[in-house]
Design a protein around this ligand. Structure first.
Ligand code: HEC
Length: 69
């Protein structure tokens, strides 16, 4: 299966925390940054598995590793 098709599936999954983060950032809607809003979510619930050497198929630790939405 090509990389393009695989990332087509990844994007909607990562869009969810982006949407949740934009609701959670009370008082400052609109501006969502990876470092402030997304990274803590990934760290809390994804990086147990999605890190180098983890059971997940790809790491989700840095901005470069997370597919963009
Ligand atoms: C309990 C461990 C665990 C956690 C926590 C976890 N994952 Fe996964 N994830 C996996 C494993 C294992 C696979 C591979 C499943 C397979 O290939 O059948 C996977 C696969 C995926 C895939 C599909 C990758 C592909 O190209 O096929 C995505 C996207 C993904 N995870 C995103 C996330 C996100 C986003 C989070 C946090 C919200 C998360 N995962 C949390 C273990 C985990």
């Amino acid at each position: 299966m090509s990389q393009q098709i695989r990332f087509g599936l990844v994007r909607p999954v990562l869009a969810l925390p982006v949407l949740l983060a934009s609701f959670a950032a009370s008082g400052q809607p609109g501006e969502v940054t990876f470092h402030r809003d997304i990274e803590p979510i990934l760290q809390k619930i994804c990086q147990n598995c999605h890190r180098v050497g983890g059971v997940g198929p790809m790491p989700l630790v840095t901005y470069e590793q997370a597919p963009d939405t």
